[in-house]
Design a protein around this ligand. Structure first.
Ligand code: 1HE
Length: 266
């Protein structure tokens, strides 16, 4: 089993990229396998993020077909030796870290099955939109395996270790509505409206000051891991850098001059 995830056989791509203004839509495009995450797909996903032009300021991640993703491609684990199994996870980790700790906020639009590695991938995104036909499961226990795409860390941070354990132990599947209530999604929309909502949110994030987005993506998660005194110091330093940007000064002045929008309920 080659662990080099980049395609070499000339087969059609499994990830599609469409760019419109400052927003790129990156689509898992392996619907005949329910967007099961093969090493190849993971490699293409990473490459797609890395190849985005500077003009792209935010990303929407979604899946083609009836489901966001059926998780790990189960046909790939069997032939792996223990050492290759470790490397397999590392390939996922590196790709996901590029997405989570890049410079561009990512909205994940979830529909249909969002299971196993599919939920691990969704948990990498900064904002999650669920269509009301989405459902969330961690069938690793049933398959005789374990989380291997960072879900132990990321999904546990979203919904708590207790819920993750229970999902894996019992096969409990959460509906879109339940997932929204427990924090797997920030927005719940009718089926078919996820992409529009995701692109609207991405456009809004793309219009933020780049240094604010940088601080949110790179400093905020770090601060959450730090002891309080360290966190407050990191926050103060990051705040100083952010507000020193000329763009921050212009935006603050625009509000004082009544040229900027107010904060109103949506
Ligand atoms: C797959 C996969 C897959 C579908 N790996 N090939 N994930 C799971 O345990 C979920 C397994 N999948 C399912 O439960 C179902 O496929 C779905 C509910 C997602 C969709 O059902 P359905 O009826 O629409 O499709 P299907 O007929 O089951 O699947 C269509 C094809 O996709 C079929 O292949 P075909 O060649 O017979 O047409 C399936 O074999 C194939 N397929 N899902 C490989 N996951 C880093 S660690 C993460 C650990 C995990 O992710 S564990 C969870 C794994």
């Amino acid at each position: 089993m080659p662990l080099n995830p980049l395609p070499t056989d000339g087969a059609p791509p499994e990830v599609r990229v469409a760019i419109e203004g400052p927003v790129a839509t990156i689509t898992l495009d392996r619907p005949h396998k329910r967007n099961a995450l093969s090493l190849r797909l993971i490699g293409e996903l990473r490459a797609a993020f890395e190849a985005l032009p500077d003009s792209v300021k935010a990303v929407v991640l979604n899946g083609a077909g009836e489901h966001f993703s059926a998780g790990l491609d189960l046909s790939e684990l069997g032939p792996l030796s223990p050492a290759e199994g470790m490397l397999h996870s590392m390939v996922w980790y590196e790709a996901f870290e590029r997405i989570q700790f890049g410079t561009r906020p990512v909205v994940c639009v979830m529909h249909g099955a969002v299971v196993g590695g599919g939920l691990e991938l969704a948990s990498v995104a900064h904002v999650r939109v669920a269509e009301d036909n989405a459902y969330f499961g961690l069938p690793e226990g049933q398959r005789g395996i374990f989380l291997g795409g960072g879900g132990s860390v990321r999904i546990s941070k979203l919904i708590g270790v207790s819920r993750v354990s229970e999902m894996m132990l019992t096969g409990h599947v959460y509906s879109a509505q339940e997932g929204f209530q427990i924090g797997l999604a920030h927005h719940l929309v009718p089926a078919g409206e996820g992409l529009r909502k995701g692109q609207e949110l991405a456009a809004r994030m793309a219009s933020n000051a780049p240094m604010s987005n940088f601080a949110i993506l790179r400093a905020l998660p770090l601060i959450a891991e730090q002891p309080m005194a360290h966190g407050l110091m990191t926050e103060a330093l990051m705040a100083t850098v952010t507000q020193s940007e000329p763009e921050a000064k212009e935006r603050l002045q625009a509000f004082l001059d009544k040229r900027a929008g107010k904060v109103l309920p949506s």
